[in-house]
Design a protein around this ligand. Structure first.
Ligand code: WTA
Length: 648
């Protein structure tokens, strides 16, 4: 759906859903005065949250704001892994199950907080044995197995920032990320399972490692048992190293502002941005939002379906739920393997009570039909969530009816890799929800809708802005503070520009419309059009490329690539497939274009800017019926003329 279509649909959306009385009564927050209290004393409010964590040394100042740089909980010392593990064990909750993990082939592991602490401690010692010191970066390229959480928490324990690279990314993407942050160690696996086939993680890693001089050691987890090459002196098996690892390792006392991790996300220029998160503020917001937005209690079973390779997996699979001490489900594989009811089978089997997923998944469930969830008992579910992209009201209603049994509130949560935690969201015991709206900012978060000049838009459309610093905010872009200032803080003075367009209604609810820059949201994953264009022109046959998003029924947006070939190269179906494969190889399968349209010329304005809106119309079939080729330069010229006439 284009932004325009969305505005039209949303304008019609009149339905609203107050929290069911039964839910409100038992909720952590049932009194709207929390918003007022947080507003009155924002720093005191966040400090109250921070005090719910374990600190090795208290902070002496809550916030220092020297725009655009914020520091939270200055002077305070803590350790994220100790907050996620040790303190629960110390409190006598060591036997509580932390992770219920299900592998794609069907095996189940239940891991208690005590066991998880044991694994993390031993693996922290493994890392130390590989000469990882406080401040050194460690890259993680693993499938969704418990060891990915173990590896992250072990890094946090010794103060080595981790950088998780999604297992679906290619060797090239892995290489670029490692080289950007100079990781010393890479943790990977012999492979992973996805839709019944093996993902060759180690093969990809080997390819990347040809050109990553900073990596001295590689730890390889045995997951599939498939034979892999082990380079002597560099590669060692996880299980071998763990055999001799000591089982005590005191958590490092980290400064609140010490880095916890770097996570890469797409930007408008070619190079992904290494978003840097620090320890104290990030963990505080992760904890606070997990507790209030998902309303988690001791007997809940939480399932966030995100992969740990994305920020949602960092905050709502690892740090938030574990800091809170909840039991959570972690699933390795695809939602349609071996059958399209896998998620509902998991919910039923493990008694999931709170379920958090992405609109793209919900649209797929919709397409697969309501009979699949109906085959399973989902009556334990009491709250549903969505994140990652705008949810269309139809999908919201479908989710409410067929998964939530019309009794579960839905929290539509808006946030970003950069924000670290949820920013705009209902509180399920208070907020009357409206399908398609993320509603209002979380208590203690200040957002506005601004126009290009920075004027507040009380009702109507504009740019989403965050007007004061928040604890989980990114601190900078790794190695490029200039780009940090430029990207997020240069549109208006001392105000954070999120890159999203939104609408605000008369109840001050936000309706997020999507990106306003050249970043596309494909199945909930941010992809910079420039990144894909660079990958295309990297192919020897390509002279020029322009990539646009087109509406896609399930993925929200899909990529359409317009390609001009070099002199003497001929368009063909084989080349089209080759180019798609080339992008998948350079970036990862998630960036593979759905369409490659050969064009003799790219339509450009007189100043040489590619007319992306025209390309989008073409890709979506509004201008031309057949979009497979624009081989005749006259066609492009004609389109361009018509367009310029229409646009005046
Ligand atoms: C989009 C994912 C509408 C938005 C946590 C944002 C959303 C980008 C929502 C961040 C939502 C995220 N409604 N749009 N509830 N949540 N987005 O960094 O465009 O992968 O800027 O973080 O996803 O994507 P990211």
């Amino acid at each position: 759906m284009t932004a325009i279509d969305r505005i039209e649909t949303l304008l019609d959306e009149q339905r609203s859903f107050p929290p069911p009385e039964g839910f409100r009564k038992q909720a952590h927050v049932s009194d709207p005065k929390v918003y007022e209290q947080a507003k009155k004393d924002r720093e005191g409010y966040w400090a109250d949250w921070a005090r719910q964590l374990d600190w090795i040394k208290p902070w002496h100042k809550v916030l220092e704001w020297k725009p655009p740089h914020a520091k939270w909980f200055l002077g305070g010392k803590l350790n994220a892994s100790a907050n996620c593990l040790d303190r629960h064990v110390k409190a006598g909750r060591g036997d509580k199950v932390a992770l219920i993990w299900e592998g794609e082939p069907g095996e189940v592991r239940r891991i208690t907080y005590r066991e998880l602490l044991g694994e993390v401690t031993r693996f922290a010692n493994v890392l130390k044995g590989l000469d990882v010191k406080r401040g050194d970066r460690v890259a993680i390229y693993l499938p969704m197995v418990p060891e990915v959480a173990v590896a992250m928490l072990a890094c946090a324990r010794i103060g080595a920032p981790h950088t998780v690279v999604f297992g679906g990314f290619s060797a090239d993407s892995l290489k670029d990320r490692i080289n950007d942050n100079q990781a010393k160690v890479l943790i990977t696996a012999d492979g992973g399972y996805r839709r019944g086939s093996l993902v060759p993680l180690k093969v990809n890693a080997d390819e990347a490692l040809k050109d990553t001089p900073s990596v001295k050691h590689v730890v390889v987890l045995k997951r599939t048992g498939k034979d892999v090459e082990m380079r002597r002196g560099r590669d060692q098996w996880w299980h071998d190293l763990m055999k001799t690892a000591g089982d005590t390792c005191a958590p490092e006392a980290m400064d609140a502002e010490d880095p916890l991790y770097i996570l890469y996300t797409s930007g408008t220029t070619g190079k992904p941005k290494g978003i840097l998160h620090t320890t104290g503020g990030y963990l505080t917001q992760a904890y606070a939002t997990t507790k209030w937005v998902f309303d988690l209690k001791d007997d809940d079973v939480f399932w966030c379906t995100a992969d740990v390779g994305w920020v949602t997996g960092h905050t709502y699979v690892v740090y938030g739920p574990l800091a809170l001490g909840v039991t959570e489900v972690m699933y390795e594989g695809a939602p349609d393997f071996p059958a399209k009811d896998r998620f509902w089978a998991i919910c039923e089997k493990h008694g999931v009570t709170v379920f958090y997923t992405a609109p793209t998944a919900i649209r797929a469930f919709m397409k697969w039909g309501p009979d699949l969830p109906a085959k399973h008992s989902l009556k334990k579910l009491r709250l549903l969530g969505t994140v990652g992209e705008p949810i269309n009201p139809e999908a919201w209603i479908w989710y409410h009816k067929n998964i939530g049994g019309e009794r579960c509130p839905i929290v539509d949560t808006w946030w970003q890799t950069e924000t670290g935690g949820i920013m705009i969201t209902p509180l399920p015991g208070i907020t009357t929800t409206k399908p398609g709206s993320a509603t209002i900012p979380f208590p203690g978060i200040e957002a506005e809708l601004l126009d290009g000049q920075g004027k507040v838009v009380p009702v109507g459309g504009g740019f989403l802005a965050i007007t004061s610093p928040w604890p989980g905010m990114l601190r900078t872009i790794w190695g490029d503070d200039e780009r940090y200032q430029q990207t997020y803080w240069s549109k208006w003075k001392n105000v954070y520009f999120a890159g999203d367009g939104a609408k605000r209604d008369a109840d001050s609810y936000y309706w997020i419309l999507g990106r306003v820059d050249d970043v596309l949201n494909v199945a909930g994953h941010r992809i910079g059009t420039m990144e894909v264009e660079s990958a295309l022109v990297d192919h020897p046959a390509v002279a020029e490329a322009a990539v646009v998003g087109k509406a896609h029924e399930m993925k929200g947006q899909a990529l359409a690539a317009f390609v001009t070939l070099k002199e003497g190269k001929q368009p063909s179906d084989a080349l089209r497939e080759e180019l798609k494969a080339h992008v998948a190889k350079k970036i990862g399968a998630l960036a593979r274009p759905d369409d490659v349209i050969f064009s003799a010329d790219l339509p450009k304005t007189r100043s040489g800017k590619i007319m992306r809106r025209l390309l989008k119309d073409i890709a979506e079939g509004r201008t031309l019926g057949d979009t497979t080729t624009l081989a005749d330069p006259a066609v492009v010229q004609r389109l361009k003329d018509q367009y310029e006439e229409k646009e005046g």
